[in-house]
Write a protein that binds this ligand. Sequence first.
Ligand code: ATP
Length: 453
Amino acid sequence: MTGKENARQMEKIVSLCKRRGFIFQSSEIYGGLNGVWDYGPLGTELKNNLKQYWWQVMVRERDDVVGLDGAILTHPAVLKASGHVDTFTDPMVDCRICKARLRADQLAEKNGARQCPNCGGKDLTEARPFNLMFQTQMGASADPASIAYLRPETAQSIFVQFKNVLDVSRKKLPFGIAQIGKAFRNEINPRNFTFRSREFEQMELEYFCRPEQGMDLLAYWLKERIRFYEEIGISRKRLHVLDVPEKERAFYSKGTFDIEYEFPFGRQELEGVAYRTDYDLQQHVKAGGKPLDYFDEETKERFVPHVVEPSAGVDRAVLALICDAYDEDSAPDEKGKMETRIVMRFHPRMAPIKCAIFPLLRNKEALVAKAREVQALLRPHMNVFYDEGGAIGRRYRRQDEIGTPFGVTIDFETLGEKGEELRDTVTLRDRDSMKQERVAIKDLPQLILSKIH
Ligand code: ATP
């Protein structure tokens, strides 16, 4: 696709997200809060499916990982020790002409001179560091001792609680602590829809190990994490791995891979998988004065563990799911004329609604009653949606546009009016092939469940 086509594709995606209730601009009726987004009814389901699946494979299905849910408000000493207070900055420049604040490392150059993307002006200030953390005040007094920060990443609460979790979980190395939660960064230029937001969510695992295991575990986690994206339906050909060169890595990292996705606005980071050595724990030992070490019963050694960290962005993964799922093909309208169909090809595992239930006619009491029965049968197992409004083709199309993988139609055959052998059977429609098959109502839960897990 050309740059123009990609931009058009992104416009279509953003508009669908608003139209169908995936993602809204936050505080929209007041003009919007820049870099902050709200998830609507379908976006919330999609995001929850993603987080639940991550938790399932990263925590519940493993013997070596436990969970944590740390606070957002963070003691300044934690972020001083981690280096965030002094060095969590982006280089910022101001445009003297239009007063825009810009990230110095994202500026385009024209004829060797840096140019403001806003007004095209070349009169820019020197770059200076801008700290990305949101600072707030705890309690009623306004003295510097009451400063707290909204966490810029979920990882630090894991490091700070390492000893407590180790003591209660009695895990042996290697083992991990996982967390999903909000993080906040005062990004200079929030952009590309939800990709760079000021409030976002992370899914992070800190996997503690012996120093000699670090490099192998880095390779292991990279593989696991790519498999995860494939399992949620992201096409492998749009995923890329960047082996971050040493000079671009954090100075304490012995290896970092970025898992990138080809968004319509370019190839960008979805997740970082980094071998952080023992840097974080050592920093907290130095600053906090409390031991954060591990005693190996077998070798009788005591040491500070090293850590490998797969750190993923929830919102970026949701955006990748949406971009990857968006498709247009053609389908016949009511009169059999082919028309463009927008279809979100979500993996059934991620789809916000798994199955839509349609009585063929809304004014036939027996059809409606049967459809409600099917709804009650499926509801305990999955998110279903009941829709009796409008022509059946139109109802199918509405579900295609939000990626519902299955549609069940209750018709006169279901009521036994076209022969006893068809009583209590329905049509099950597949979103992608648009093919329909006749299925017994009692078999529906098992059949659909086998495809959505
Ligand atoms: P970038 O270089 O894109 O700013 P980063 O390298 O600073 O990202 P990390 O600090 O490694 O990001 O954070 C881990 C993950 O958290 C990222 O891979 C991304 O998915 C997510 N993330 C970071 N910043 C943002 C943001 N502003 N908006 C949404 N997600 C983010």
